[in-house]
Design a protein around this ligand. Structure first.
Ligand SMILES: Nc1ncnc2c1ncn2[C@@H]1O[C@H](COP(=O)(O)OP(=O)(O)OP(=O)(O)O)[C@@H](O)[C@H]1O
Ligand SMILES: [Mg+2]
Length: 309
C-alpha cells in the first residue's frame, strides 16, 4: 500500500490572458483549476500508471472539498484530516508570450492536535507492506522536524518512507534515515554545502553518504542533465530523454511517483530506474503537473539508456 502525505495542499488555478496589466483590468480568457500539492501530484501519477495510493494530509473549507472530490473523480482514495480554515489556492497567470506570474497563498495554520490526528491515521495504516511518500512543503508555523517525527513513527511500525523535500525539511529528516529519497541537484548541493555546481563524483559521494547512513535507495535528479540512481551495489547514470518540452513543473514529483510504484511492484534496481526516467520525461511533455499517460511511458521506457558506474 502506498500513502502520499500532502501537508499543505492547494487548488492550482491557472488564468490565461493576453497580457497582464499591473494596476489595470485584466480580462481572463480561460480558467483551469486542479487539485495540487506535491503528494497529491504523486498520487495522480501513480493512478495514471495503473497503481493505487491513499492521499492524506490536511484539507479545509470549500477548497478542501473541491480537492477531495477532484481526487474521487480520478479514482484516487483520499482520507485527509479536516481543519477549520480554508485550504489555499495558488494562482498562476499565463500570458500569450509565455510569461508566468504566480500568486501563492500561505495556507492554514495547523494545530498540534491536528498533527497528532494525522500521526494517528498514519500509524493505523503503517505496516511492513506500507510505503509512505513525504513530499513538499509544510504549512507556515509548522515545526520543520515534522517529517523526522513522521519517519520515526512509521519506522517503529515497520513501514518504509520515501522522502522528497528541500531545505530544513530535508536536512532535519536525514538523521531519521528515510528508506528512499529523491533530492534534485540543487537540494543536494545546498544540503552538502557544496557552494558550486557539484561534479558527478561529488553527487555520487553524497549518495554513498546517504546510503551509509541507512537510506536504501537514492535517486538524484538533475533536470535536463538526467539522473543518478543508487541502491545497494547498483549505481547508475541515465541522461534525460530528448523529449518535446511542454512544462518541467512536477517532473520530480512524477519521478518520485515512479519510484513508489516500482517499490510496490517489487521492480529490481535497473527496471525501477528505467521507469523513473520514462515517467519523468513523460511528465515534461505534458502541461503543468499533468501526469503522462501509460502508453507514452511504455514507449519512453524503451528509449532510456542507462550506464552502470
Ligand atoms: N528538460 C528536460 N528534458 C527531459 N527530461 C527532463 C527535463 N527536465 C526534467 N526531466 C526529467 O525529470 C527528472 C526530474 O527533474 P528535476 O530534476 O527538474 O526534478 P525537480 O527539480 O525535483 O522537479 P519538481 O520538484 O518541480 O517536480 C529529471 O531527472 C529528468 O529525468
Ligand atoms: Mg522536486
Amino acid at each position: 500500500m502506498i500513502i502520499t502525505v500532502t501537508l499543505n495542499p492547494a487548488i492550482d488555478k491557472t488564468l490565461e490572458t493576453d497580457r497582464l496589466v499591473s494596476g489595470g483590468l485584466n480580462r481572463i480568457r480561460n480558467v483551469h483549476s486542479d487539485a495540487g500539492g506535491k503528494g497529491i501530484n504523486v498520487s495522480k501519477t501513480i493512478r495514471e500508471l495503473g497503481g493505487e495510493s491513499i492521499a492524506t494530509g490536511f484539507l479545509g473549507g470549500e477548497s478542501g472539498k473541491i480537492i477531495s472530490s477532484a481526487l474521487n473523480k480520478r479514482g484516487i482514495s483520499n482520507d485527509f484530516i479536516w481543519v477549520g480554515n480554508e485550504t489555499r489556492t495558488n494562482t498562476k497567470v499565463v500570458e500569450d508570450d509565455g510569461t508566468v506570474t504566480e500568486f501563492n497563498e500561505p495556507g492554514p495554520v495547523i494545530a498540534e492536535e491536528q498533527i497528532e490526528q494525522l500521526l494517528c491515521k498514519l500509524s493505523e495504516w503503517a505496516g511492513k507492506n506500507t510505503l509512505v511518500v513525504l513530499s513538499g512543503s509544510a504549512p507556515r508555523g509548522m515545526d520543520t522536524y515534522i517529517y523526522a517525527r513522521i519517519i520515526r513513527l512509521l519506522h517503529e511500525r515497520g513501514a518504509k518512507v520515501l522522502l522528497d523535500a528541500d531545505g530544513e525539511l530535508f536536512s532535519k529528516s536525514f538523521s531519521s534515515r528515510p528508506d528512499m529519497m529523491k533530492p534534485n541537484r540543487m537540494e543536494l548541493e545546498q544540503f552538502a554545502q557544496y557552494g558550486h555546481h557539484a561534479s558527478m563524483e561529488e553527487l555520487l559521494c553524497s549518495s554513498r553518504e546517504f546510503r551509509d547512513a541507512g537510506t536504501e535507495t537514492v535517486l538524484i535528479s538533475m533536470g535536463a542533465e538526467g539522473a543518478l540512481f543508487a541502491r545497494g551495489a547498483y549505481e547508475a547514470f541515465a541522461p534525460a530523454l530528448p523529449v518535446q518540452i511542454c512544462s518541467t513543473v512536477g517532473a520530480g514529483d512524477a519521478m518520485a511517483a515512479a519510484l513508489a510504484f516500482a517499490w510496490e511492484k517489487k521492480f529490481g534496481a535497473e527496471e525501477t530506474f528505467r521507469l523513473c526516467m520514462a515517467v519523468s520525461a513523460g511528465a515534461v511533455m505534458t502541461n503543468g503537473t499533468k501526469p503522462p499517460d501509460r502508453g507514452t511511458v511504455d514507449r519512453l521506457m524503451e528509449k532510456v539508456s542507462i550506464s552502470r558506474i
